[in-house]
Ligand binder design. Structure first.
Ligand SMILES: [Zn+2]
Ligand SMILES: [Zn+2]
Ligand SMILES: [Zn+2]
Length: 152
């Protein structure tokens, strides 16, 4: 278990969250945390655009470096749902999983039934230390299902 601050605290005070993680407080880091908190499951390109529209002259590379630093510090969690780019969200240390609609791409968080990582263990681990099982549920969302039913 971890002592990382809960999401609400990071939303309220990104500077405090950075300091608690032992990171220097910089404008791009604060802006990146604010953007991701407001728009979870966002790709790096979109985050870079939003940070630049708040701060002006920030290079894309700077935002990418910030994303790496914040992910390493576990303030951000990088999520792969099989789309072309990785998505970022505030790291809540809850090992939650994702539902993604295979028609419209709508993405929702779902709690992990087990609650801690790894929540699945392979029968054969080849002697490796299993750290996490990333679970992505491929779904047809309720809207897409309704659309399909009304078209039929
Ligand atoms: Zn859908
Ligand atoms: Zn999520
Ligand atoms: Zn799980």
């Amino acid at each position: 278990m971890t002592t990382a601050p809960p999401r609400s605290e990071q939303l309220a005070d990104p500077a405090a969250a950075l300091r608690a993680a032992g990171l220097r407080v910089t404008a791009p880091r604060v802006a990146t945390l604010e953007v991701v908190a407001a728009h979870p499951h966002t790709d790096a390109e979109t985050i870079a655009g939003a940070v630049r529209s708040c701060l002006g002259a920030v290079s894309r590379q700077t935002v990418y470096d910030v994303l790496h630093a914040l992910t390493d510090a576990e303030l951000l969690r990088r999520v792969s749902v099989g789309s072309r780019s990785m998505l970022y969200e505030i790291h809540e240390h809850d090992n939650h999983h994702h539902l993604i609609c295979r028609h419209c791409g709508r993405l929702e968080d779902v709690p992990c039934v087990v609650g801690h990582a790894p929540c699945l263990h392979p029968e054969q681990d080849h002697g490796f230390d299993i750290e996490i099982a990333d679970v992505v549920y491929r779904v047809v969302c309720s809207d897409c299902r309704a659309r399909k039913e009304s078209a039929a």
